[in-house]
Design a protein. Structure first.
Length: 299
């Protein structure tokens, strides 16, 4: 929890110092509620959650007087309420041989790093893992995945740059099936310059996987970068509609004041949130806990 709390420090200090300023330094009046509303919106929590919080505090309580601590406690309660239904770990189904996890997302969001972290996690749980370097357009992504694979001691299926990503996905699943692997983690491209082409490519990868296992991919995990704030909302919409996203991982929650965006996304889409990234290292992927996240951002 301490790790999460310090990771979310910027998001939390923006909210908590804002609340302290509003509720300790002057008499409360109708403007205070408006200012609180502004603060919550600027913290990327989203309109829906913002209204819930201001409604829960209510005008009546203002007149009686409410302390900054009480406001923070309402914030924590409401955030937890939004996040609880979406907090769901990635579950590797043993009857899937392998359980295929397709990782999607815009370049730079932390997809490759997250695959590396997941590979470590599953390996340390005793599962056999195969990685597939499906972002065949970027040499750096392929190399980076190989480094993570070596570090975790798991095989990486890769081809040369420019190869066909669905062909690579096919080979990787075939190899994972042949070796009886438990998990296949498939990296994919994330060039957003041409959305149409990218989405068609992801659809093709899915079709090709189904030739070998009609139930694959078992998870399509969208990786989102918390520092992009409101842009992340658009990304969820595009990838959900076109790539069949089944769950989310949000990265880079450390070092941004925009962590509230996770709450807005949960309220708007209701997609499972599997884990969060709070740093660049192999251990910096945390299982997502609604209560811990709420407590961490409410200070
Ligand atoms: P990709 O293009 O989506 O595959 O993104 P990468 O995995 O290459 O990550 C882009 C950059 O973000 C790299 O420098 C990563 O080390 C960094 N990164 C990824 N996840 C996190 C995270 O949770 N926290 C921080 N601080 N950096 C991260």
């Amino acid at each position: 929890f301490q790790r999460l709390k310090s990771g979310l420090g910027k998001t939390s200090s923006k909210l908590t110092s804002g609340i302290t300023d509003l509720f300790s330094k002057r008499k409360l009046d109708a403007n205070t509620l408006d200012d609180l509303e502004d603060l919550l919106i600027q913290s990327d929590l989203g309109l829906e959650t913002t209204s819930r919080i201001t409604d829960a505090i209510g005008k009546g309580r203002f007149e009686k007087g409410i302390s900054a601590d009480e406001v923070r406690s309402v914030l924590a309660t409401e955030v937890e309420r939004v996040l609880t239904p979406v907090a769901k770990p990635l579950v590797i189904e043993p009857s899937h041989k392998p359980h295929v996890i397709m990782m999607v997302g815009v370049n730079g969001t932390g997809k490759t790093t997250t695959i590396g972290k997941l590979a470590n996690k599953f390996k340390s749980e005793g599962k056999s893992v195969v990685l597939a370097a499906g972002d065949t357009f970027r040499a750096a992504a392929i190399d980076q995945l190989k480094v993570w694979g070596e570090r975790a001691g798991v095989p990486v299926v890769a081809r040369e740059v420019g190869g066909d990503s669905s062909g690579l996905a096919f080979d990787a699943l075939k190899q994972a099936q042949a070796t009886g692997a438990d998990v296949l983690l498939l990296d994919t491209a994330g060039r957003l310059q041409n959305k149409q082409v990218l989405m068609e490519e992801l659809e093709k990868v899915t079709r090709v996987l189904k030739k070998l296992d009609p139930s694959a991919p078992h998870d399509v995990v969208l990786v989102l970068d918390a520092t992009t704030g409101q842009n992340a909302l658009n990304q969820v919409e595009v990838f959900r509609d076109r790539a069949g996203v089944t769950g989310l991982i949000m990265t880079k929650l450390d070092g941004t004041a925009r962590g509230g965006i996770l709450v807005a996304i949960a309220a708007k889409f209701g997609l499972p949130v599997h884990a969060i990234g709070v740093g660049e290292g192999a251990d910096d992927l945390q299982a997502f806990s609604a209560a811990d996240f709420a407590r961490a951002i409410a200070g």
